[in-house]
Design a protein around this ligand. Structure first.
Ligand code: SF4
Length: 459
């Protein structure tokens, strides 16, 4: 009899939907049906048990071909590469569990390297703005039950977070919003006339790169300076700005969702900074919250785990062991790679080869590249060592932080192919091996990152 599993978490986007129903074959090996997930989520589950998986580590040979090796051999190769490297870097983590993120931190402490996650190229500017200006946010449950005005700025959830509107923000029937969609006003600000803009009550087609000006215009209206407002700001007529500002002020519970259209246009963290200021201003009049539309299902987890470990969410320089330092621009992956400072790159739970600028990939490829990933991604195909792992959220259980920073326990749906390991087990195996090498060679720590030169660690 096929088994029906309910309350399963989807390992794809930042919505981290945990209401998925999965039908598994009676031998527990194949996923037969998926309910409640969007088209992307459904494919993630159905593809997971496909037969063309790589199930053992592969090491690149001098002629470019792959040779299958065992997990212990892969740990040995990776550990030796980490100990030999002056500045190793591990990057990714959007699609890993918090348990793996914690193990990666232990590994980079031992290896005295750089610990970075996908926020470095997505919501990093948002995190910098949070440092500067706070983060008056809420949970997606509060959005569903209370929100009457939803503002999407630089985000296109119809494509990037397909169930965001139906599960949390616009369509669901909430405790205080029994008529769902009919009780909510939707505003979209975006230079592109997206599908999300198509369902909005108000669509403001802001001039690309002029978001900051539009925020300022809304703040002027809120502070009573509407007479001083020019006839047109950032491509939006004064009359529209006044009308939309009126809706923002009258909201009983407004929520402001922003995406990478805001973090990666001119202004970057300053855009988020002023968005937070606008949210704070609106809270003098009504009730407003702000939330980043996080991309991967557990990129927020990496930020949380490393914040409670070191005080910093991304771009962590651990070259002095467990004494962390963060300075985007100096300690961020792309910048370090472009300055050729990285001599070992480990890609995990993302596809840096597909997402990084090609010149950055070329710099990283001058040195050893290790990919830890269940899939045959571009990052896996160009690696010197590819270590396949179980799929988090499908074959591997673990903690995941949703985009509103609510932790969710993801469960396992099917077993990993026999003999495979999870990313946490792989990172732990490499870290144990690094410890062994350091102990054998009596390599000690020093505060100058010179432990790679042999320093006596004491008697
Ligand atoms: S919206 Fe995102 S988390 Fe939810 S089912 Fe779709 S891909 Fe999965």
């Amino acid at each position: 009899m096929p088994k029906i599993l309910e309350g399963i978490g989807c390992p794809y986007c930042g919505c981290s939907c945990d209401d998925i129903k999965v039908v598994v074959s009676d031998d527990g090996k194949k996923i037969l049906e998926v309910e409640n997930a969007c088209a992307i989520g459904t494919e993630i589950f159905l593809q997971a048990t496909s037969s063309d998986r790589i199930t053992r580590p592969r090491l690149r040979q001098s002629d470019g071909s792959w040779k299958e090796i065992s997990y212990p051999e892969a740990f040995d190769y990776a550990a030796k590469a980490i100990v030999a490297a002056k500045k190793p870097l591990i990057y990714g983590f959007g699609s890993t569990t918090c348990e793996a993120q914690r193990e990666a931190a232990r590994l980079m402490e031992l290896g005295c390297g750089i610990l970075d996650n996908c926020a470095s190229i997505c919501h990093g500017p948002s995190l910098i703005a949070h440092f500067d200006n706070g983060y008056p946010s809420c949970t997606l449950g509060e959005v569903k039950n209370r929100a009457d005005v939803i503002l999407y700025w630089g985000a296109n959830p119809i494509h990037a977070h397909p169930r965001h509107m139906s599960r949390y923000a616009i369509y669901p029937l909430g405790f205080f919003k029994g008529n769902g969609f009919f009780e909510r006003t939707v505003i979209v600000v975006d230079p592109r006339n997206t599908d999300t803009a198509g369902i909005a009550d108000y669509y403001l087609q802001v001039k690309p790169g002029h978001d900051y000006e539009l925020f300022n215009a809304f703040r002027m209206v809120i502070y009573g300076f509407e007479k001083e407002l020019p006839e047109m700001v950032a491509g939006i007529p004064k009359q529209t700005i006044l009308e939309v500002a009126g809706i923002l002020k009258q909201a009983k519970f407004g929520v402001f969702f922003f995406g990478m259209g805001l973090t990666h246009t001119d202004g970057r963290n300053h855009n988020i900074d002023i968005a937070i200021s606008l949210t704070r201003d609106l809270n003098q009049i009504s009730k407003w919250s702000i939330m980043a539309m996080r991309g991967h299902f557990n990129v927020a987890g990496a930020n949380r785990v490393w914040c409670w470990s070191y005080g910093f969410p991304y771009c962590l320089d651990l070259t002095k062991g467990n004494c962390a330092h963060m300075n985007p621009g100096e300690t961020s992956t792309i910048d370090l790679a472009n300055r050729d400072e990285i001599d070992l790159f480990i890609n995990i739970g993302t596809d840096a080869a597909a997402h990084f600028p090609i010149d950055t990939v070329r710099h990283l490829k001058k040195h050893t590249w290790i990919t830890i990933d269940p899939n045959m991604s571009m990052a896996a195909e160009i690696a010197d060592l590819h270590i396949p792992v179980g799929i988090s959220g499908v074959e591997v259980p673990g903690i995941v932080y949703r985009m509103d920073n609510v932790p969710i326990q993801y469960r396992k749906v099917v077993d990993m192919p026999e003999g495979m390991l999870s990313d946490e087990e792989v990172l732990s195996g490499i870290a144990n091996k690094v410890e062994e090498i350091l102990a054998q060679e009596k390599i000690g720590f020093s505060i100058t990152n010179s432990h790679k030169k042999i320093i006596p660690a004491g008697p």
